[in-house]
Design a binder for this molecule. Structure first.
Ligand SMILES: N[C@@H](CCC(=O)N[C@@H](CS)C(=O)NCC(=O)O)C(=O)O
Length: 264
């Protein structure tokens, strides 16, 4: 007879195996490859292991423990068949079995609707709308970040800091107003998981410029605490790569370095 502890362990192991299996890096498929057959009863995420937008979706799939498989796409040399999934050849794309959903925020909202546990938005409409408005402010922050690490503009780090300032202030003030460790309250919610890929990659600025953005150490105290707390979240930890690998991806994209996604 199976004891309670065995049962608990089996359940735990099953859960872990789902997470580990899904988080094992898969090879990045290129032109000339065959589309892997779909697995019944599993969502399929088309991803690239180091893409911050696909990272968002992987966070939500793991937070909600949704059975899925991952097919990685080489974004420099996409498989021909992939353009039928995403006309521009971008990742992420989610194949639900009956439809393809693209755009990371739309995919994550789709997952939140279909798999409500745990809830990642506040239950009351005005607070949910506030979260939605805040989510729209991540993209402008990402644009500054990408320009800053691309090293294509002749700007000092002091000038970059000025460009970052209003965006970081927005999120700092929001955390202050909410008075909680996470945007989602005492646990990370949708805003936290949608912002985290750039929290994880923030160190890329130091790699690119050789030093940190010149902010005072007491600037953005809430955001700094948020970043530490997110780093300690088990789901974020399970998917953590850090800034170095992202830096290599940037080199592949912008400097046309060899697209060796599988051996980064
Ligand atoms: N707005 C899209 C952005 C997706 C995106 O930019 N993905 C990048 C990879 S991180 C991509 O597929 N790039 C393809 C390319 O550069 O050719 C989303 O939120 O999903």
């Amino acid at each position: 007879m199976i004891s309670f502890n065995d049962y608990f362990d089996v359940k735990r192991l099953n859960h872990l195996s789902v997470v580990v299996e899904n988080n094992m890096p898969q090879p990045h498929l290129t032109a000339g490859s065959q589309q892997p057959p779909k697995i019944a009863d599993k969502l399929r995420l088309y991803s690239m292991e180091y893409c911050p937008y696909a990272h968002r979706v992987r966070l939500i799939l793991n937070v909600k423990k949704i059975p899925h498989d991952i097919v990685n796409i080489n974004l420099i040399n996409q498989p021909e068949w992939y353009f039928k999934i995403h006309p521009q050849g971008y990742v992420p794309a989610l194949d639900t079995g009956s439809q393809i959903v693209i755009e990371s925020l739309d995919i994550c909202d789709f997952l939140d609707d279909k798999y409500p546990s745990p809830p990642l938005y506040p239950s009351d409409a005005p607070s949910k709308n506030l979260d939605k408005a805040l989510l729209k402010k991540i993209q402008p922050l990402h644009s500054v970040f990408l320009r800053c690490i691309s090293l294509n503009e002749n700007k000092s780090l002091e000038e970059w800091a000025q460009e970052f300032l209003p965006h970081l202030q927005t999120f700092e003030m929001e955390l202050c107003q909410r008075g909680s460790r996470f945007f989602g309250g005492e646990k990370p919610g949708m805003v936290d998981y949608m912002l985290w890929p750039w929290g994880e990659r923030a160190g890329t600025v130091v790699i690119a410029h050789g030093r940190q953005l010149p902010f005072a150490s007491d600037q953005f105290p809430r955001l700094r605490e948020w970043r530490k707390a997110m780093r300690g979240d088990p789901v974020c930890e399970g998917l953590y790569y850090g800034p170095e690998k992202y830096w290599k991806i940037i080199q592949i994209k912008l400097r046309r370095a060899p697209p060796e996604y599988d051996t980064l």
